[in-house]
Write a protein of this length. Structure first.
Length: 401
């Protein structure tokens, strides 16, 4: 066939278009909604009048190729609609202008998806019988049912249980659903969240808890209580000889130790290696969970020092911490520390850069933040706290103790 025909629609092009419709979920979505998708017309890119006049043989080859792959020859697939074409050179001829797939069965047989469609429809029917509120979701995501076909019955069992027990107030491990274990739910929290959002009433969903990490909170399960990890830096203040502890925030809030100073650092290693200090303790490993400390009233009566990375993200955390602890001061987050460790600078990841407006920084902190944000010191400059030399830490502690 003439190489110029590549711009005209071929049988493979038609099949690919139909396969794309399958992969978008169009065929199964029509089953869910009852939409009449068939007969389905597929338009053809066809020869122009000049092609008929100048390349008549190639045009006839193109039409013959479409005819050979049509339903009339195969027994399934597409029918062709023909129209007469008049040309001064070639006279009157008929050329195909559209391919029409008359039925869903023709479409599915052609792209070899009939078995998949039958399986998906059976699962859709079962789903709508048990959870009719999922109709809109199924219309948007019909192929998801097929992707999880082997697990779908168990997924429905989980949905049925939550529908009958909204916000149960128990641990995930305590769910008594035949054939379902904790790992099954944990591995599918993303999908289950989509489905539970559809079937549960608004009052059964905590809309402030987003993401798979907050699955338990969102749907009223008991979550493992967060822990505040801290070290007592003064051996004289140890708790029955214990200096390294992790306890729930409410217990930390009720702690009554005669400390004068509390250091907070993100990095776990920094917390473990922090030097002993009289009348002090260090809290570490909280990251953006620092808000947990807002319910600790005694922190407002002591000196609190925050040590984070010198980058926009670190200053963002400092800003958020000050919203609950206005008196907190930054530690080792100054320009002098940054310049003294130039050879250890790295690049702050783009997805970690602080996007808000840090209104609670001091003038010196805000100036450094702006320089980092606008890359005045280099591209996305970052000094991670664990890169700061230990001797520099000791000298900084001497200045404040």
């Amino acid at each position: 066939m003439d190489s110029g025909i590549v711009t005209w629609t071929t049988p493979d092009d038609l099949k690919k278009e139909l396969e794309c419709r399958w992969l978008r979920g169009d065929l199964l979505a029509a089953y869910v909604t009852g939409e009449a998708l068939f007969p389905l017309t597929l338009r053809l890119k066809r020869p122009a009048a000049r092609d008929v006049a100048e390349r008549f043989g190639a045009v006839m080859d193109w039409a013959d190729a479409l005819r050979a792959a049509s339903r009339a020859q195969r027994g399934y697939g597409y029918d062709l609609r023909w129209e007469p074409v008049h040309n001064r050179v070639q006279g009157r001829n008929e050329l195909p202008v559209e391919a029409v797939i008359p039925s869903e069965d023709d479409a599915l047989r052609w792209i070899r998806r009939k078995a998949d469609a039958m399986r998906a429809k059976a699962l859709i029917d079962i789903t709508l019988e048990r959870q009719p509120r999922l109709r809109d979701w199924l219309a948007r995501r019909p192929l998801t049912v097929l992707e999880h076909a082997d697990d779908w019955e168990r997924i429905l069992a989980v949905l049925d249980w939550f529908a009958a027990h909204p916000r149960p107030g128990i641990y995930l491990r305590q769910l008594d659903i035949p054939g379902i274990d904790t790992k099954f739910i944990e591995a599918r929290r993303g999908l289950l969240s989509e489905l539970l959002d559809e079937i549960l009433p608004p009052e059964a969903i905590d809309s402030t808890a987003t993401g798979v990490r907050h699955f338990a909170q969102r749907y009223g399960l008991q979550a493992e209580p967060p822990q505040v990890r801290f070290r007592v830096l003064d051996p004289a203040l140890s708790i029955q000889g214990l200096t390294d502890l992790a306890i729930p925030p409410d217990q930390f809030a009720s702690l009554r130790l005669p400390v004068r100073r509390v250091f907070i650092t993100e990095n776990r290693t920094n917390g473990l290696a922090f030097p002993d200090q009289p009348g002090s303790l260090v809290v570490f490993g909280l990251g953006y969970g620092l808000e947990r400390l807002s319910e600790t009233p005694w922190l407002r009566d002591v000196d609190v020092w925050y040590w984070g990375d010198i980058d926009t993200h670190g200053f963002g955390i400092l800003n958020r911490l000050r919203a609950s602890l206005p008196g907190v001061r930054s530690f080792l987050m100054d320009r002098e520390t940054l310049e003294a460790h130039r050879e250890l600078w790295g690049e702050e990841p783009l997805d970690k850069r602080y996007q808000g407006e840090p209104t609670l920084l001091t003038l010196e902190e805000r100036t450094l933040f702006d320089d980092l944000l606008h890359d005045r010191l280099g591209e996305r400059v970052r000094l991670e706290q664990e890169r700061i030399r230990f001797g520099w830490l000791r000298r900084a502690l001497e200045k404040i103790t």
